[in-house]
Design a protein around this ligand. Structure first.
Ligand code: ADP
Ligand code: MG
Length: 233
C-alpha cells in the first residue's frame, strides 16, 4: 500500500531550521490498522501530512500504491489525493455553513460527480455512520461525536484506499472516542487500510500495530493484540 524510505523533513524558522523527520522508514500493507505515536512535537502530523500528500518531504522516497510521490504537479497531486486518500482530523474540519449531507458530498463534487449521484452517495454514507436523520443539520447542531461521524462519512464518500486520521478522538470524551474507534475498527474489518495518529495508549491499542516516533526517527514498530472498542460501547 505504501512504502517510505529514508524520509527527511525540516522546517525553516527564520535563519535556522528544525529537523523534524530524520530518516523515516515505513511500510504499510493493505488491510493494516496502524497507530503512529509519539510525544507532542515529535513529527506525527508532519509524517501523516506527507503521507497524505498535503506536504512534501525534503528527501527520501515515498511510494503510494505503486506510484512514486515526488515532484507531482499540484493538479496531479490533487487527483491522487482524491482518488486514494480519505482524511479525518481532530477538529473535524467540516464546513460550518454546509449541512451534513453537503459536507459529505463535497469530495464527490471535486471528483466531478453529478449532483443527484452525489446526493445519493452522500446519503448512503451518512446512513452508514447512523446519521441519515441528521442530513439537513448544520455542524453546529451536532455533537462532537456526530461531527466526527460526518467527517468519517465524508472521508469514505470517495471510497479511498487509505484512511488517514490525525488524532481523530482528540477532541472527544472517552465514551464517544470508543464509539468512533468501534466504527473505525469496523471499517478496517471490512478491509479499509487505516493509519492513525494518536498520543493515547488506549486508542493506540485498538489498532493492530503501533509505530513510535522519537526525535525524528521510529524508535519502535510492533504488532499489538488489538483491543476491541465494541466492548465499551
Ligand atoms: P506532532 O503532530 O507530533 O505534535 P508536528 O508534526 O505537528 O508534531 O510538529 C513537529 C515539529 O515541527 C514541532 O516542533 C512543530 O512546532 C514544528 N512544525 C510543524 N509544522 C511546522 C511548520 N509549518 N513550520 C514550522 N515548524 C513546524
Ligand atoms: Mg499533531
Amino acid at each position: 500500500m505504501l512504502k517510505i524510505h529514508q524520509l527527511q523533513k525540516s522546517y525553516a524558522i527564520g535563519d535556522s531550521s528544525l529537523h523534524v523527520l530524520k530518516g523515516i522508514n515505513l511500510e504499510v500493507e493493505e488491510g493494516e490498522m496502524v497507530a503512529i505515536m509519539g510525544s507532542s512535537g515529535s513529527g506525527k502530523s508532519t509524517l501523516l501530512n506527507i503521507i497524505g500528500m498535503l506536504d512534501e518531504a525534503d528527501s527520501g522516497d515515498y511510494i503510494l500504491d505503486g506510484l512514486p510521490i515526488k515532484n507531482l504537479t499540484e493538479k496531479k497531486a490533487a487527483v491522487y489525493r482524491n482518488k486514494f486518500l480519505g482524511f479525518i482530523f481532530q477538529s473535524f474540519n467540516l464546513i460550518n455553513y454546509k449541512n451534513a449531507l453537503e459536507n459529505v458530498a463535497l469530495p464527490l463534487y471535486y471528483q466531478g460527480m453529478k449532483r443527484k449521484a452525489r446526493q445519493e452517495k452522500a446519503l448512503f454514507h451518512l446512513e452508514k455512520v447512523g446519521l441519515a436523520n441528521w442530513a439537513k443539520h448544520l455542524p453546529k447542531e451536532l455533537s462532537g461525536g456526530q461531527k466526527q461521524r460526518v467527517a468519517i462519512a465524508r472521508a469514505l464518500a470517495a471510497n479511498p484506499k487509505l484512511l488517514l486520521a490525525d488524532e481523530p478522538t482528540g477532541a472527544l470524551d472517552t465514551k464517544t472516542s470508543y464509539d468512533i474507534m468501534a466504527f473505525i475498527q469496523q471499517l478496517n474489518n471490512e478491509g479499509k487500510t487505516i493509519l492513525m495518529v494518536t498520543h493515547e495508549e488506549d486508542i493506540a491499542n485498538m489498532c493492530k500495530r503501533i509505530v513510535r516516533l522519537r526525535d525524528g526517527v521510529i524508535m519502535e514498530d510492533k504488532k499489538v493484540n488489538q483491543v476491541s472498542a465494541l466492548q465499551y460501547v
